[in-house]
Write a new protein. Structure first.
Lengths: 634, 168
């Protein structure tokens, strides 16, 4: 037997095997570190740094220390980092080229931590695609700024606007019509002033009368005198005719201007009430307005949470699953290296499989740390159809500060196309303290919240809904304004309310809706206060709008009065001129006829007087005789 | 290559047991016919290292059978297909498939399965034939070859000097 055993061969085999194994052990760490840093940086578009990588042998695995993934959009910040990750790798499947990792334990994991050095890739490392992405990052920064400014605007919007703010931000009919009115008024005033200026004044009219009297009174001494007077009379009549025309024109100008101004004036007068109604409709402080209150007060917060959730979902998703469809097997083609025939098994081996990842996420608010949430992710692979199981995420937070229990279940099922990602969230007994509501100095001093939520993502379409049940609510307000005080009083009666949020549509731009029964609860309590506030605001608005109206109306009334007066005096003038114009200069024969007529009338008058005197004398004689006869009888 | 061939000839002409040379050929048959990077070949290599076989014969045999494998592979794949898809063996294969060790052997690969079966079936015949051929060579052929003129010419050649140097 001894003759058959070659001990030197055994030693050689052991030595060669040892050299190979040791070489691999020493080389593996740096090779894996290089691979993670190089390919990781390409994928993250920012520096991925690993402090150290070493192999472990009981069990066989790999230990990664101090991994930092920089944020491409904020180079001085890490997207994620962890202190230590230990992966338990199955050795035998490695011989088949399968990376089967039983468990990955992550410790000291943290998000959005500050970096000492910039995590931006060197320019030489940035490919054209990356630079485009860099631009995109720039754009995203811009969009972040825009989003921030929007947030600021939204925050500003949380304070109820004053009448001045409302009037300043809205296009007003009063202003539009007022400006138009002022323009028309100026032009009409100029035209009417011009027309009035062309009219004869009172002095001219008196002079016309004097001239008429002078020309028409007295006898014609001769034909020459008559002709002289006739010439003057015709000249005077011509001037009067011209003045009459000027008066007619002025009357027309004044009438048209008056009509135009009166039309615009009525439009301008109704503008404040139209503006007021528009503003009232837009900034309705009725039940509908209250319905917007919960969105106004809580919408931004819900929006921020949703955005953050989606941001991390999109970042993590590519590492958990792959949407690449498996290439169909070419059944007919027989490789010269043969093919693998697979059998039913409860341990199928995809190319890469991480059976279990355990990590502790640190939950924190801006003020305090809430504790750790234990996250376990099962079956991470891009070949779910091989293992026949979806990727599952379970996050549990027990014994958290201010949260009784937190549980998130996620299933990323991509065994069939299209894949379906679904999540269930359940938070019980979350204590919310001193939540600054934002408007009217309102603060939610204390409340207990239970949250349930579901989300489903299929082919880029999201359908999510959540209900947050607030109990033991206690509100307060530091503001001493009447609105804040009334609001506090109304909210004091509200001990529990819920907020329902839903998101539907494209994952990138879902339609988000938020509703709450807080609205209906507040509605009745707050309605009275709103009415008062409404009246107050309406009064302010009306006053402001009327002030605006008056500023545009200017001397319209005075001008109108002046126009009316001018119109009246024009009528007098016209009447006088008409009368004067009707006057005719009599001819010489007419004068003779008139003399004869006058003479006859004089004689007639004298005869009548004579007859009357004779009749009177006769009557007196008869009366005297009658008296004497009576005396004789008695 | 010359040195390797010389070693083989030395082995054939030396006092090395014919069985050691024949076993080297038989083991080379398995390594040569089956895909080189298979788990069972580590075992064969290990055996080749610790069992006193002629290593030169083993390496030469591996080269020879690897060449031969190109001709045999299609038949090996067909055999592997029929064996792995044979209903009678499904339970066996399924049981083996549950074990990472057996999967690491790539037994479910048609070429590995077919060529290994061919190699295992041919192992004993190759061993015996090699043994018989070596014995026959030493008893009859070596004497007869030594008498040949060509052998005398070859003994005067450079190749023979190398052979001699190695033989000492």
């Amino acid at each position: 037997m001894k003759r058959w055993i070659r001990w030197s061969g055994l030693a050689g085999f052991i030595v060669i095997s040892a050299i190979l194994v040791l070489g691999w052990i020493f080389a593996a760490g740096p090779i894996i570190k290089y691979s993670i840093e190089t390919f990781g940086s390409q994928a993250a578009k920012a520096k991925v740094e690993v402090e150290n990588i070493s192999l472990t042998f009981a069990p066989f695995g790999i230990e990664i220390q101090g991994l930092q993934v920089a944020n491409a959009e904020k180079p001085m910040e890490n997207l994620v980092q962890f202190e230590r990750a230990v992966a338990d790798i199955e050795l035998l499947p490695l011989l088949l080229g399968k990376g089967i990792i039983n468990e990955v334990a992550l410790t000291g994991m943290a998000f959005s931590t500050a970096r000492k050095t910039s995590g931006a890739l060197d320019k030489t490392e940035v490919s054209p695609t990356d630079s485009q992405d860099g631009d995109a990052a720039g754009d995203s920064n811009k969009s972040t700024e825009v989003a921030e400014s929007k947030t600021d605007t939204a925050k500003e919007g949380q304070a109820l606007p004053t009448a001045d703010e409302l009037l300043a931000r809205e296009p007003l009919l009063t202003e539009q019509r007022g400006k138009a009115f002022k323009q028309s008024f100026d032009s009409i005033k100029a035209e009417s002033d011009k027309a009035i200026a062309a009219l004869p004044d009172a002095k001219a009219l008196t002079s016309y009368e004097d001239d008429f009297n002078r020309i028409t009174s007295g006898r014609f001494d001769s034909i020459k005198d008559f002709q002289q007077r006739k010439k003057e009379f015709d000249g005077l009549k011509k001037r009067i005719q011209q003045d009459k025309k000027a008066i007619d024109k002025a009357k027309k100008v004044l009438a048209a201007g008056k009509k135009d101004l009166q039309g615009q004036w009525s439009g301008l007068q109704s503008a404040p009430s139209e503006d007021f109604n528009n503003l009232k409709g837009k900034y309705k402080l009725d039940a509908g307005g209250v319905a917007n209150l919960s969105r106004l007060l809580l919408g931004d917060q819900v929006g921020e949470w949703s955005e953050e959730g989606l941001y991390w979902y999109e970042k993590i998703r590519p590492f958990l699953i792959s949407d690449e469809e498996a290439a169909p097997e070419e059944a007919e083609y027989v490789s010269p290296e043969g093919r693998f025939v697979h059998f039913a098994t409860d341990r199928p081996l995809p190319d890469i499989l991480i059976r279990e990842v355990k990590l502790a996420l640190q939950l924190a608010t801006s003020e305090t740390e809430l504790g750790d949430v234990a996250v376990t992710v099962y079956d991470i692979t891009h070949q779910q159809e091989v293992i026949g199981r979806p990727t599952r995420i379970i996050a549990k937070g027990n014994g958290l500060k201010d949260i009784k229990s937190l549980r998130l279940n996620g299933i990323l099922d991509h065994r069939q196309s299209p894949g379906k990602d679904s999540f269930d969230l359940n938070i019980q007994g979350m204590i919310l303290k001193n939540y600054d509501v934002g408007a009217m100095g309102l603060k939610l001093n204390h409340s207990q919240i239970d949250v349930t939520g579901q989300a489903e993502l299929i082919d880029g379409i999201i359908a999510a809904q959540s209900v947050a049940q607030f109990t033991q609510a206690k509100f307060s307000s530091k503001d001493r304004t009447q609105v804040a005080v009334e609001m506090s009083k109304a909210l004091a009666k509200v001990k529990s309310f819920d907020i329902k949020a839903s998101a539907k549509g494209e994952l990138t731009s879902p339609k988000v809706s938020i509703s709450s029964d807080l609205d209906s609860q507040l509605n009745s309590a707050f309605n009275q206060r709103l009415k008062e506030k409404q009246k107050e605001l309406e009064k302010q608005l009306e006053k402001k709008l009327n002030d605006k109206l008056l500023s545009y109306a200017g001397g319209y009334k005075d001008q109108l009065k002046a126009m009316n007066l001018a119109n009246g005096s024009l009528a007098d003038k016209q009447k006088k001129l008409k009368k004067l114009a009707k006057t005719e200069l009599s001819s010489l024969e007419d004068q003779k006829k008139a003399d004869a007529k006058r003479k006859i009338e004089e004689e007639k008058r004298k005869a009548q007087a004579k007859a009357k005197a004779a009749a009177d004398k006769k009557r007196k004689q008869l009366e005297k005789e009658a008296k004497e006869r009576f005396k004789k009888l008695f | 290559m010359i040195a390797m061939l010389a070693k083989l000839l030395k082995a054939l002409n030396s006092d090395s047991a014919p069985s050691q040379i024949a076993l080297a050929f038989a083991l080379a048959l398995i390594v040569g016919l089956t895909p080189l990077f298979s788990l069972h070949n580590i075992l064969i290599l290990f055996i080749a290292c610790i069992v006193r076989i002629n290593f030169g014969a083993f390496l030469l045999g591996t080269l020879f059978f690897s060449g031969l494998a190109y001709l045999i592979d299609p038949a090996a794949i067909s055999l592997g297909e029929s064996l792995l898809n044979n209903v009678s063996y499904q339970t066996l294969w399924t049981d083996l498939y549950q074990s990472d060790f057996w999967r690491a052997t790539r037994f479910n690969n048609t070429l590995v399965m077919g060529s290994l079966i061919i190699a295992l079936i041919a192992f004993i015949p190759v061993l015996l034939v090699s043994l018989w051929l070596i014995s026959a060579y030493r008893k009859k052929l070596m004497v007869w070859v030594d008498k040949l003129k060509i052998t005398k010419v070859l003994k005067a050649s450079k190749f023979y000097k190398v052979y001699q140097a190695l033989a000492e």
